[in-house]
Ligand binder design. Sequence first.
Ligand SMILES: Cc1cc2nc3c(=O)[nH]c(=O)nc-3n(C[C@H](O)[C@H](O)[C@H](O)COP(=O)(O)OP(=O)(O)OC[C@H]3O[C@@H](n4cnc5c(N)ncnc54)[C@H](O)[C@@H]3O)c2cc1C
Ligand SMILES: O=C(O)[C@@H]1CCCCN1
Length: 397
Amino acid sequence: MFSVKKQVNMSVPRSTVFDCIVLGAGIQGSFTAYHLAKNHKKTLLLEQFPLPHSRGSSHGQTRIIRRAYGEDFYTNMMEESYQLWAELEKESGIQLYRKTGVVVIAPTGNEEFELICKNMEERQMSWGTLTQEEFMKKYPGFLLKAGEVVCCDHDGGVLSADKALRAVQEQFKTMGGVIRDGEKVTHIQPGRVVTVTTASHVFETEKLVITAGPWAQKVLSPLGLELPLKTLRINVCYWKEKIPGGSGLLQNIPTFLGVNLNGEEHEVYGLPSQEYPGLFKICFHGGNEADPEERELQDKPNKIDDIQILCNFISQYLPDLHPKPAVIEQCMYTNTPDCNFILDYHPVHKNIVIGSGFSGHGFKLSPLVGKILCELSIGKQPLYDLKPFCISRFKTQ
Ligand SMILES: Cc1cc2nc3c(=O)[nH]c(=O)nc-3n(C[C@H](O)[C@H](O)[C@H](O)COP(=O)(O)OP(=O)(O)OC[C@H]3O[C@@H](n4cnc5c(N)ncnc54)[C@H](O)[C@@H]3O)c2cc1C
Ligand SMILES: O=C(O)[C@@H]1CCCCN1
């Protein structure tokens, strides 16, 4: 449990005061630590679980990368994010991005779809639209309904998530950074020098960055900050063909995003087969509230029957797949009310920076999020307008 109780008397000598401690070695904390090390800051990255682990939000093999966003500020930020991904690929010698294109499917007139097209057009991105007939010819096995429209962000694709997390942590260590895993932070004492206590150590640091994923609220409450975060259990579903290898047509499933299909509010998305041969990852963008400490404990009735929604989607749109998931894995989202990130200082303790609320879409932007959180902590003005990400947009406390 995170506590506000007295510290363990195991202080390390004053000489080990860090320039910065990053709390949480998910993708956001790891990229923050990487940028701090690039800026020659003596940085410690603390992680509660032995690495790698699958309890937070950054595990698993794949994530979508795209510029196709309805909000232009994300589209703009993706420009630099792609460059930073390429830089990490070069430094690590590991391919992390696979260009597949990302198609967005929506009913005609859908507002988000229109905004996505507008953003791509205004930025002269490599993109295009497909008619229902063209789409079904290109992706046989995928049935669209009358009146559904498609656009494609040609540079979109798939990131290798686990590999990326490992690569960024390795680069951080190569630059002299220190990672201590299996070290849960149990107490933070704010001050000009911040004291950070784990079960076995007491560390001191000039700056602290908190990137605790679904544990953010547990870490922030004792620091007097209540954010309107919701932590959701996400079922990551994999589907197999009715006739394995069957028609071969399904090998051609695109990376896709289905927005408000069937008149529903929700989104579904899918990726080509990658992690498990013959299985397709098709998921619901949402889930039911859950505490990350007891992610699988379902003692309350589910508000959303996400798996049933997916079964219906598969039956209607991808009828060559078995309409029951073959494999289900779990992951966590940490959502803000507007689904925009939180990248800001603690309102009272200005040497504490917070990165949170990535609302199920933060992976693609993590190289830039890490850069921004690093800049905030070293007092450098980020190049981006951070208003959409500020804490003052909420009524806190
Ligand atoms: C199923 C799924 C699909 C997704 N798909 C996409 C996608 O296609 N594209 C995309 O861009 N994004 C996607 N996302 C979102 C993206 O993966 C997340 O936004 C991102 O991983 C969040 O990273 P994080 O570092 O904030 O959190 P986490 O990965 O959870 O990291 C937080 C870390 O902090 C540690 N921690 C917490 N408390 C303490 C403590 N007290 N002491 C020490 N350590 C602590 C935790 O153990 C954890 O390791 C998806 C997410 C999920 C779950
Ligand atoms: O960030 C993304 O691109 C995806 C969209 C679909 C839901 C999961 N996240």
